[in-house]
Design a protein around this ligand. Sequence first.
Ligand SMILES: *[C@@H]1O[C@H](CO)[C@@H](O)[C@H](O)[C@H]1NC(C)=O
Ligand SMILES: *[C@@H]1O[C@H](CO)[C@@H](O)[C@H](O)[C@H]1NC(C)=O
Ligand SMILES: *[C@@H]1O[C@H](CO)[C@@H](O)[C@H](O)[C@H]1NC(C)=O
Length: 361
Amino acid sequence: MKLLPLTLLSLASLALFVGAATISFPPTVGLGTSNVQFTSTSNSPATDSGFDAPKVIPNVNSTTYQWYYFDVVSDDSSYSIVATFFSAPSTAFPFTLSPAMTLEVLISVQTPDSDVFYLDGTFATDAQVTTVGDGASGVWEGTGLSFTGSTDMSSYQVVFDAADSLGIEGSISMQSIAPAHYPCFVAESGVNMAVMPSVGWANAVPDSQATVQLEINGQNITFTGSGYHDINWGDIPFTDAVGTWHWGHGRLGPYSLVWFSSTSTDGTPYTSGYVSQNGTLLGTTCTVSDVGVTPTASGSGFDIQIDLGDDGLFQAQFSADHTTLSFGSEFFRWSGSLVGGLSGGEQFTGSAMFDEFDFSV
Ligand SMILES: *[C@@H]1O[C@H](CO)[C@@H](O)[C@H](O)[C@H]1NC(C)=O
Ligand SMILES: *[C@@H]1O[C@H](CO)[C@@H](O)[C@H](O)[C@H]1NC(C)=O
Ligand SMILES: *[C@@H]1O[C@H](CO)[C@@H](O)[C@H](O)[C@H]1NC(C)=O
């Protein structure tokens, strides 16, 4: 008879200990100032400050934005999927569709049949993001699209329950195999989260074993591969901060890589490079000279270099085999093969995703 109150008590203290906070985002652009966070905070005792918590609250305005990004690329790069949950008017991020409605979700799927097998978007009537520990879960109301993260970010799931409206249902499941990081630091409190001035980046899942099971307009699409999740945000319009941007992630044997190389609108370079091996961090650096992402001589891909200091120089070549999304000449998203390894060590073949923004022309 005493068991019940005790159980309730321990459940209550567990909830207190873990802490949960839900932030609701309205569907339209805010009029006031956004609170934009660029220094990391601990997930305890505060309940809304974990690693993957929203960083622009209580809402975006016409010049601020944030998004939750998820992707999976198969080992042979013949399949990929990207789902992005925006809170971003087009006045702040140029490739969303509305200056007034902010809660867009964009989904693209690549299959062996087509690099753009599926591409569709929709707007939510409301969004809730709940942070528990360091993980976040989000519901973009009215779309059938949502994601769920575990408290320690070891697993994420994206759910597509939109057969009638968007012709897509199913899920992405990710089991993380690489520790979370910020541009220059491991996941710890009190560090800078800006990957360049006015642009934040928190990479909860640099790599994962991912399973994708979808039914798209009556056709089953299933694959496994390397899954990734991060968030980006900013306190000024994206195009006021960014001149060029090259970002990607991939898997090579036991290695998980994430690279970032950009210039601000005045041409100043910024980089970030991350390598983990079998789930253990080898390095996360934002020293500009440590990271190189440069077009290959043939122009069909990119050479990626990440200097890990004592652990050596990681070199890889990405081949831009499939264009899965583009906006004019300003944005390209590719999937493709990745070949490389530690300089002088075993060379591996894998796959990667790669985004390019170029507002400089
Ligand atoms: C939006 O929020 C940002 C960040 O706080 C602020 O700098 C900007 O002035 C705000 N914009 C408007 C139109 O209120
Ligand atoms: C898709 O897979 C599910 C589960 O295996 C199955 O029940 C369904 O009939 C399949 N649909 C098609 C169109 O093949
Ligand atoms: C990585 O882990 C696998 C499986 O546990 C093991 O076989 C392999 O030797 C490890 N590789 C390295 C480079 O640590």
